[in-house]
Design a protein around this ligand. Structure first.
Ligand code: AVJ
Length: 321
């Protein structure tokens, strides 16, 4: 929520734009046009993402959950008793619950998320189910350096949890920077990270072009959100969802493609689109097991056990910090 200081001079409308508004305006002004995938996740976008996770074509979520369930004992042995779990991004509570259930007497859970309100509510629900666990949410951007609270007396390892292949959203240099930051924060402990694997492009293509069009709705929700929150007039029929696998770069790319020449206004500024012109909305990088381990080494981790499913669709890695 934007707040204006009562003593501040009346600002022009543009100064009142939210971070989303400023990013959208800057993103439409540059070439190629782009906007960060973090803006997908308003309430409607989060619901659409939950529906994506249920789609028959979208294998990552259910595969990762299966791996976490089946390897829980080995993961627990690796982590040891009394651990303090730091989760990067609020994440689905189902995933951390699987981990908490597997571990021996986890001491504290520190979820880091930018959305403080959402986090507080989720933390409350978790406390009710895990009365022995100290739940201490941290409202912050986990891509920025951050000082964690001192370990509780008698606590075990400090263990990061970064499931869902969220790391795939980062550019390669951002992924390295994040891992370097995490390695520093988790020194003496480790990171449990889930990453989607390189595979048959047809399988990848299907996962991001589902038959029901939920991924298309998720992508287009960005424009609906801009219309609702910013002074924008995107015609949702005027843009199409596009997702394809870029093999040399090992990533799915999502774009919104203008179906025709059109002019869109946002916060009083006009942006002309030619037919076929795109807004890039997301990268979803895929990794090989060896590629992720090499990146982890570069960031200062000691790669340990790797767990995968029989089809080798997805992987969960233990990285010693
Ligand atoms: C939440 C970033 C892991 O990249 O697969 C799903 C988001 N985008 N379908 C992914 C997403 C389109 C997802 N991540």
């Amino acid at each position: 929520q934007q707040q204006r200081h009562p003593a501040a001079p009346a600002a022009p409308e543009s100064a009142a734009l939210s971070e989303f508004g400023r990013e959208m305006q800057a993103g439409l002004a540059r070439r190629p046009r782009s906007i960060s995938p973090k803006y997908f996740y308003d309430a409607a976008g989060s619901q659409l993402f939950d529906r994506i996770c249920e789609l028959p074509e979208y294998y990552p979520t259910r595969t990762e959950l299966r791996i976490l369930g089946e390897c829980a004992g080995e993961i627990a042995a690796q982590v040891g008793p009394g651990a303090e779990i730091v989760e990067f991004g609020a994440g689905s509570l189902t995933k951390v619950r699987l981990l908490l259930d597997a571990l021996e007497a986890p001491r504290r859970y520190l979820p880091i998320d930018i959305s403080g309100e959402h986090l507080a509510a989720a933390a409350e629900r978790l406390r009710a189910d895990y009365p022995e666990l100290a739940v201490q949410p941290i409202a912050a951007d986990y891509t920025m350096p951050l000082v964690l609270p001192a370990p509780l007396p008698g606590a075990g390892k400090r263990v990061g949890f970064f499931p869902g292949s969220t790391i795939g959203n980062f550019e390669p240099d951002e992924a390295l920077a994040f891992l370097q930051l995490a390695a520093r924060m988790l020194r003496g402990g480790g990171l449990l990270i889930g990453v989607d694997l390189v595979k048959d492009p047809a399988r990848l293509h299907a996962a991001y072009n589902d038959a029901q069009g939920v991924t298309a709705a998720f992508n287009l929700n960005l424009l609906r959100r801009a219309n609702a929150e910013l002074d924008a007039n995107f015609d949702l029929e005027g843009f199409a969802h596009a997702a394809f696998y870029n093999a040399p770069k090992q990533r799915i790319e999502m774009h919104l493609v203008s179906r025709r020449a059109q002019i869109v206004s946002l916060n009083g500024e006009r942006f002309a689109f030619e037919e076929g012109e795109t807004i890039h909305t997301e990268y979803s990088h895929k990794f090989t097991v060896e590629g992720l381990r090499a990146l982890a080494v570069k960031a200062g981790f000691r790669p340990g056990a790797v767990w995968t499913d029989p089809e080798r669709l997805f992987s969960v890695h233990w990285l010693g910090a």
